[in-house]
Every structure is written in structure tokens, then in C-alpha cells.
Design a protein around this ligand. Structure first.
Ligand code: ATP
Ligand code: MG
Length: 244
């Protein structure tokens, strides 16, 4: 199961913010065809790590591999050329443009694939995107990323501000993508929902990996799941939510 299957691989990655190492010596793989969920408390360094992978932030030391190519020194747009798509935290739609126009911004090709995945968007294709619900707007944001036909998709907290019932509809879409061979690296505050769709889990705390392995193994680590790690924001809701 471990790499060899392309996707994303990190080796000893350290990233600084304002001269301070906020991601330290991080190494893990997020292979093609699998969903890897990245968890951790506020300020753990999850967004910073994703930004270093996409090239928005420089890596201080270590190596980022995409499809077995060392992309550590490449520009963000060059990494896109290597199949990487990054849905950044807080990414929004173009509110004035229609749903369809939002999708057309991403591609000159057909957009039906997105409507197939999210029929609610097809019904609203001529509406200004600003009139969609929060969940539908996030579907549109994901749809736009998909139209770039990535081999590796990173998604940073798409569920921010959404109700659990919406998150339960939205998050499992990544399974469909994984089945098509896309590698997914997903940062998610709704830990229980995310772990249910994940093939592997990584927990970051204060910039360091404190857990890497099967989601089921993490469910047994009550200290990580319900303790300081995931309990600071939306954590209570996410641990309560979906608990059998
Ligand atoms: N622009 C910035 N300049 C300086 N420090 C920053 C900046 N952005 C974030 N940090 C610091 O870097 C560390 C990691 O932040 P980061 O946003 O990567 O965490 P996160 O795990 O994504 O948190 P959250 O769950 O709140 O999104 C934190 O200590 C944060 O205060
Ligand atoms: Mg973040």
C-alpha cells in the first residue's frame, strides 16, 4: 500500500512562517487512488504544509515528490502541470458569475462531469453563484478543481461553517475521485466524517506528525481523537457527530 503508486510523498519537510519552523520534519505519503485525511488542532500547521506542497510557501528543508518527480523547487503553476490541484482554505466562488460561468473559468472543455457529481449544481447552472447555499458553493469550488483533471487533489477545510448534514453530503465525494485514481489529501475539522471516508490518516500537532496510519487505528487512540488534538474548534461537534 505504501507509495510506489505515485501520488504525493513528503520527506523531512520543514516549513517556516516568519522565520519560525511551524512544520517540522514531516514525512508521509498520500498515494493515488486513496483518501488521506490530515487532522490536527488549530495552528498545527496543516494549511502551512499544504501551501508548501503547492509551492505557495517555500520549503526550508526536505523534499516534495509528485508522481515520483521532485517538485520541491518548482513554481506553483509548474506543480499544477504535474497534476496538482489545491482547494485553499477559505476559497470561494465568483458570486456575480453564474454556476456555469464559474465552471467555464476552469476549463474550455465540458463541465458535465461536475453536474454528474453534483446534480444540485446542474439545476442551478444559470443562477449567480452568490445565491447558492454554503454547501453548494463548496461543491462548485470542488467542481472547478476537478475540471483541472488533477492526479492529486488537496482540499483544505471545505466544511468550514457548514452544518454536519451538509458535510456528510460533501465529504464522501472524495471517495468517488479516489475510485477514479485521484489521490486526495484532505484537511478536515469534522474528524469522524473524514475518518469514515479515509484510507489513511495523519495527525499533525505543533508542526510534527504524531500519528500516521489506518483511520481505524486512530479511532482507538482516544487521546488523539478526543483530547487536545481535535477538540479545540468544532471538535466537540465533530466527535459527537456520527459517533455510533
Ligand atoms: N501568515 C502568517 N505569518 C506568520 N505566522 C503564521 C501565518 N499563518 C499562520 N501562522 C502560524 O503558523 C502556524 C501554523 O498555522 P496554520 O494556519 O498552518 O495551522 P492550521 O493547522 O492550518 O490551523 P487551522 O486549523 O486554524 O486552519 C500557527 O502557529 C500560526 O499562528
Ligand atoms: Mg488551516
Amino acid at each position: 500500500m505504501r507509495s510506489g503508486s505515485g501520488g504525493l510523498r513528503l520527506e523531512g519537510v520543514t516549513v517556516h512562517r516568519a522565520g519560525v519552523p511551524v512544520v517540522r520534519d514531516v514525512g508521509f505519503a498520500a498515494p493515488r487512488g486513496e483518501v488521506t485525511v490530515l487532522l490536527g488542532p488549530n495552528g498545527a500547521g496543516k494549511t502551512t504544509l499544504l501551501e508548501a506542497v503547492s509551492g505557495v510557501l517555500p520549503v526550508a528543508s526536505g523534499t516534495v515528490w509528485l508522481e515520483d518527480v521532485d517538485v520541491t523547487a518548482l513554481l506553483p503553476e509548474e506543480r499544477v502541470g504535474h497534476g496538482l490541484a489545491h482547494v485553499e482554505q477559505g476559497r470561494t466562488v465568483f458570486a456575480e458569475l453564474t454556476v456555469e460561468e464559474n465552471l467555464r473559468v476552469a476549463t474550455a472543455g465540458p463541465v458535465e462531469e461536475v453536474y454528474h457529481l453534483f446534480p444540485e449544481l446542474e439545476r442551478r447552472r444559470r443562477l449567480p453563484a452568490g445565491r447558492l447555499s454554503g454547501g453548494e458553493q463548496q461543491m462548485l469550488v470542488i467542481g472547478r478543481a476537478l475540471l483541472m483533471e488533477p492526479t492529486m487533489l488537496m482540499v483544505d477545510e471545505i466544511s468550514l461553517g457548514l452544518a454536519p448534514v451538509v458535510v456528510r453530503r460533501l465529504v464522501p465525494v472524495v471517495r468517488v475521485l479516489a475510485r477514479r485514481g485521484v489521490g486526495v489529501l484532505m484537511v478536515e475539522q469534522f474528524a469522524t466524517i473524514a475518518l469514515r471516508v479515509a484510507d489513511r490518516a495523519v495527525v499533525l500537532d505543533r508542526g510534527e506528525v504524531v500519528y500516521e496510519g489506518e483511520p481505524a487505528g486512530l479511532e482507538r487512540r482516544v487521546d488523539l481523537l478526543h483530547g487536545a488534538y481535535l477538540g479545540r474548534r468544532g471538535g466537540a461537534a465533530s466527535s459527537r457527530e456520527g459517533t455510533p
